[in-house]
Design a protein around this ligand. Structure first.
Ligand SMILES: [Fe+2]
Length: 304
């Protein structure tokens, strides 16, 4: 990147942020009708609620196929009033790939199901935009998150469409990040929760990994921003200050409401998101009330 483009980026970042240009937001979908699903979109580009489906029962292959297409088109699918055991939860996720056994988080009965529990003694900390486990060489394809105990008000989760966020970047920033890669490392977040011995052990299995700053979605072919504030350390080969400025600018793209949807949880609600193309943020506005969630994460492929 030349000095001219750096100074242009600085101007955008440090000055008054210009309003987003009006543009048509692409869903990435074919527009073809659904024969087996009833979908209610939450925004023009991301999030749709699927009604009239019971995930505790075996899901027919033609319904599964449409769920797969809906996930690619809407990036996050929401389901209400589901009553699933940990085994049924994992079985639903397994339709899309092998569940991950998370290296650090506590489990809920079976190893595939992670339990995320917060209360007055352990306040929520997921209120930073991120994609899950991007420190892995093969980060998750997606996650299926189920509400166990949630506050009546608050505790919402927001998702951002990072393909729409990429589309909305100024051309000069797209050029600056083209072909760049960035280092992702679990130490940035989980490092604070582990003892030095645990860190040393975890480091053996989880060395820092490099992923493209702009990833191409393996199924839709769309380009998307693939760096996040929780796990991305630096852009390879750039001076630290330049890397930080560019990363801050890319992280901030997730903050535009135009690229987001927001979901209010009720007991039995489920969200199934494509972790490759989205980032999420859990609002920590429910202290000191408890919020208990269970998550199954599906292993993905190496970002290209
Ligand atoms: Fe997360």
């Amino acid at each position: 990147m030349d000095l001219q483009s750096v100074s242009t980026i600085r101007t955008v970042k440090d000055g008054v942020r210009p309003a987003l240009r009006a543009r048509e937001l692409s869903t990435g979908g074919s527009g073809a009708p659904y024969e087996h699903l009833h979908l209610t979109p939450y925004s023009p580009t991301i999030g749709a609620e699927v009604s009239d489906i019971d995930l505790a029962r075996p899901v027919e292959p033609e319904v599964l196929a449409e769920l797969g297409r809906a996930l690619l088109e809407w990036k996050v699918l929401f389901f209400r009033g589901q009553s699933l055991t940990a085994e049924q939860h994992a079985a639903f996720a397994r339709h899309w790939g092998e569940p991950e056994i998370h290296p650090f988080l506590p489990k809920a009965g079976i190893p595939e199901v992670v339990r995320l529990a917060h209360d007055a003694r352990s306040p929520g900390v997921e209120n930073v935009w991120h994609s899950d486990v991007s420190f892995s060489a093969t980060p998750p394809l997606g996650s299926v998150l189920r509400a166990v105990e949630v506050p009546e008000v608050g505790g919402d989760t927001l998702w951002a469409d990072m393909a729409a966020a990429y589309d909305g970047l100024p051309d000069r920033v797209k050029e600056a990040v083209e072909g760049q890669s960035a280092v992702h490392d679990f130490l940035r977040s989980f490092g604070q929760l582990l003892t030095p011995e645990q860190v040393a052990k975890a480091r053996e299995k989880n060395p820092p990994v490099e992923h493209p700053v702009v990833r191409t979605h393996p199924e839709t072919g769309r380009k998307l921003i693939y760096v996040n504030r929780v796990f991305t350390e630096r852009i390879t080969g750039l001076p630290p200050e330049e890397s930080r400025e560019l990363l801050d600018l890319l992280y901030d793209q997730a903050r535009h409401p135009e690229y987001q949807c927001r979901f209010h949880w009720r007991p039995g609600s489920i969200a199934f998101w494509d972790n490759r193309v989205t980032q999420h943020y859990a609002a920590s506005d429910y202290f000191p009330r408890p919020r208990v969630m269970e998550r199954v994460t599906i292993i993905g492929d190496r970002p290209r």
